[in-house]
Design a protein around this ligand. Structure first.
Ligand SMILES: Nc1ncnc2c1ncn2[C@@H]1O[C@H](COP(=O)(O)OP(=O)(O)OP(=O)(O)O)[C@@H](O)[C@H]1O
Ligand SMILES: [Mg+2]
Length: 347
């Protein structure tokens, strides 16, 4: 301890001497030197304080992924290396554009300006959309990629998050969700499993679910309050029909984009995308695999690829072979040549 104090004193003396030396060397008035030191200290502690305050403001139960460019974007090394985030999303033509259009109309200044010149005010644009489709068709993936592409932040919530059994906390959660989005403009509010929000069905009539009713109403209120904010709400569901009609009406989540299961051509593309980093044997024929995986989703195909990779690793092979895919499919022999005949335009 004594050593430590003695060392500290020594360093302090050295610094003081250096400062004094500097003052003498550069002929600076000691008061000026003191002023500079005080200002420096203020700047350092001030930025630390601001940083802490920001951290506190940012702390919320909702997960935020910030793809916004920030000032570093102008710096060549600060730019996102992933130049085309939508490149790995395999969907029928038009589906990606449909989602991108609604989101861009609200979040992009440039595109918004173009719309404005054509007479579409920000208030008049769709405030959100719903993406529906069976599990594993790429809903979450698509929203993420669009956010990245448009350099918008994305706040994740799920219908279930917003519904709580505690009195008053549901509407509070909804308010917080929109507040967080406001702090991160341009921002996508992504409500996964949005069918988890209650409907104004029987519960309304018997009045037993007042808390849930208040939550839904608060959601409407907050959505209708979106005016000039660059916020868009994207809901994902696989039960479109069971959602409240008022939620689906135009002006709120009016647009609906349905993602289908991939057809033959898209399955081939999906296999290519998911094996982009996988060394493959020459005998691997994606057309045969695609023919044998009718009705499978993008997520199924990704799992198929990783299970084939695991098998190849077990064999300690240098590349993944057709046999690995065949075994992962649970087949005893390679699937027949592409049974579904496609015309070349399909892929
Ligand atoms: N269209 C697609 N293009 C590329 N990859 C896909 C596609 N669909 C699914 N995948 C793969 O499957 C994974 C899971 O997909 P995702 O989580 O987006 O499905 P989801 O539709 O949101 O499902 P859920 O309804 O269960 O939430 C993705 O991370 C991706 O690797
Ligand atoms: Mg999902």
């Amino acid at each position: 301890m004594q050593d430590f104090l003695a060392n500290l004193l020594m360093y302090y003396n050295q610094i003081a001497m250096a400062v004094r030396g500097g003052i003498e060397l550069y002929n600076i008035h000691p008061w000026l030197a003191a002023l500079v030191l005080v200002v420096l200290a203020l700047v350092v502690f001030g930025s630390l304080f601001l940083w802490l305050v920001r951290c506190r403001v940012a702390s919320t139960k909702f997960f935020v992924l910030d793809h916004r460019s920030g000032w570093l974007w102008w710096w060549p090394w600060g730019r996102n290396a992933d130049q085309n985030p939508l490149g790995d999303v395999v969907l029928p033509a038009g589906k990606i554009q449909q989602v991108r259009d609604v989101v861009e109309a609200r979040t992009s200044r440039e595109f918004g300006g173009r719309l404005e010149r054509l007479g579409a005010t920000l208030e008049s644009r769709e405030r959100g959309l719903i993406i529906d489709g069976v599990p594993g068709t790429g809903k979450t993936l698509l929203v993420n990629a669009v956010a990245k592409d448009l350099r918008a932040a994305i706040v994740f919530a799920s219908g279930g998050d917003l519904i709580t059994k505690y009195q008053g906390s549901g509407p509070e959660s909804v308010k917080e969700l929109f507040r967080v989005a406001k702090d991160h403009q341009p921002c996508i509010i992504f409500v996964d499993e949005i069918d988890g929000l209650p409907t104004r069905g029987s519960e309304y009539a018997n009045g037993g679910h007042d808390e849930q009713r208040q939550t839904l109403l608060q959601f409407f209120v907050q959505m209708d309050k979106i005016g000039s904010e660059r916020i868009v709400v994207v809901g994902a569901t696989n039960a479109y029909g069971s959602m409240d009609g008022a939620l689906r009406r135009s002006g709120r989540l009016g647009e609906r984009v349905t993602l289908p299961l991939p057809d033959f051509g898209l399955r081939v593309r999906l296999l290519q995308v998911h094996t982009a980093a996988v060394p493959l044997d020459a005998d691997v024929d994606f057309r045969r695999i695609a023919a044998a995986t009718r009705g499978k989703s993008g997520a199924d195909l990704r799992r198929l690829v990783s299970s084939a990779v695991v098998r190849a690793a077990r064999r300690d092979a240098a590349a993944v072979g057709m046999a690995d895919f065949v075994a992962s499919l649970g087949l005893s022999s390679p699937p027949a040549a592409a049974a579904e005949i496609v015309h070349p335009a399909a892929w």
